[in-house]
Design a protein around this ligand. Structure first.
Ligand code: HEM
Length: 127
């Protein structure tokens, strides 16, 4: 029997591997690196906390940082449709790298795509 909670199905170890791979790609993506800090250690740590709760695990992000309010937290950064697409492309590659496949990947990725599109806060060329 498969666990019903995606976080349990992926596991803490693979999740943190996924996020580390993801930020390695963000760090060199021409559309993305200019809006991120140079040192992504703390960003990755927060993202692991957030994804843990996003996938049904313990509320690690909220416990340390309060209500996620993701759209509000992203407002200082110019997130265009092209950047949302780039973010998702880095995530898809990271999923390939860690061998995340099957229905779990599909459901997780589709959900991230909805969230990423919701983060868009600037038009193309409006930065
Ligand atoms: C933080 C960009 C989508 C979750 C950030 C930061 C940037 C950023 C520049 C600040 C990094 C820092 O200062 O450490 C983007 C872009 C996206 C995107 C371009 C494209 C759509 C998402 C999505 C999620 C997410 C889809 C969640 C599913 C987070 C979290 C943080 C963060 C948890 C840390 C917030 C904090 O500092 O408290 N993002 N993001 N982001 N992002 Fe995104």
């Amino acid at each position: 029997r498969k666990p019903l909670i995606p976080y349990e199905e992926i596991g803490a170890e693979k999740l943190s591997e996924l996020i580390d791979r993801f930020y390695e790609k963000v760090a060199v993506h021409p559309e993305l690196y200019p809006i991120f800090p140079e040192d992504l250690t703390e960003t990755a740590r927060k993202q692991i906390q957030f994804q843990t709760q996003y996938l049904g695990g313990p509320n690690l992000f909220t416990e340390e940082h309060g209500h996620p309010m993701m759209k509000a937290r992203h407002m200082p950064f110019p997130i265009t449709p092209a950047r949302a697409k780039a973010w998702l492309a880095c995530m898809a590659e990271a999923m390939d790298d860690v061998g995340l496949e099957g229905p779990l990947r599909e459901v997780y990725y589709q959900r991230l795509a909805l969230t990423a599109n919701h983060m868009v806060n600037r038009s193309e060329g409006e930065e």
